[in-house]
Design a protein. Structure first.
Length: 88
């Protein structure tokens, strides 16, 4: 992805990265957005995941590549996932 006048895979200075936009959530809040074991199994069995699992992970240092209307129905094929925050 590139923007007019910027090198590929870089954001112009006026844009913030996805990682800068995400707000930390408390454990009880975050659990509302986590996939169930069944959902995670469906993601891992999709052709998209088996072809290139890295493509399904949100690039926190760049722009979001996917904007979808329904993560409830299309999560197994088209969604990007934010990896859980690392615990220090």
């Amino acid at each position: 992805v590139g923007y007019h006048g910027t090198p590929p895979d870089t954001l112009p200075p006026q844009y913030r990265t996805l990682g800068e936009l995400l707000e930390p959530l408390a454990d009880e809040e975050r659990s509302r957005y986590e996939l169930s074991e069944t959902q995670w199994r469906q993601v891992r069995s999709s052709l998209e995941w088996r072809t290139n699992p890295e493509w399904r992970l949100a690039q926190l240092g760049g722009a979001a590549r996917t904007l979808r209307g329904s993560y409830r129905k299309s999560y197994s094929r088209f969604s990007e996932f934010v990896p859980p925050a690392r615990v220090a």
